[in-house]
Design a protein around this ligand. Sequence first.
Ligand SMILES: C[S@@+](CC[C@H](N)C(=O)[O-])C[C@H]1O[C@@H](n2cnc3c(N)ncnc32)[C@H](O)[C@@H]1O
Length: 158
Amino acid sequence: MAEECSLYRAIKEDPIASKELEVVFQNNWGITADVDSTCLVCGGDPYEKLAQIIPKNRTIYDFGAAYGFQSFWFRNHKKYIGISPGTERPFRTKNSEWYDMTAQEFLSNYSIVEDSFVICNYVPDDEAEALIRLKCPHLFVNYVMHGDISSMFKKEEE
Ligand SMILES: C[S@@+](CC[C@H](N)C(=O)[O-])C[C@H]1O[C@@H](n2cnc3c(N)ncnc32)[C@H](O)[C@@H]1O
């Protein structure tokens, strides 16, 4: 049997977060097709490492946050802001805020605050990535494959 991931174990050890995890699983029909106890996020959980190195006084923006289980790693940061379209009921921590929209919609309506750190992990949208790289000073962007975003930067320059 596959081993439980560290995020699942950490959430299960916390009584409040553990209940929240159950609510999120119950409210997202079909969620178990995407995530389970062995993996609650994509790509080896860079979020856990990022939470260790990003200073606690930063506001975290997580573009493409999906169900948001990873917000648990950032529960002691200043604020965690999840931005993702179409999640029925995301995982919430005391310090989290949610925006049910794309990165493009968010960045055309809101500014990124100072003292922030932006994460965009496994989001399959080159345009979103280009915009994030343009507008966010401190960031981590990660994807297994990479599209050609240079043409979008040219568009901005014209
Ligand atoms: C493969 S999941 C990755 C989830 C999470 N970042 C992780 O690493 O576990 C991709 C997520 O990006 C979201 N997404 C896709 N296009 C997006 C966009 N333009 N802006 C924001 N989120 C987007 C999807 O709805 C989905 O929740």
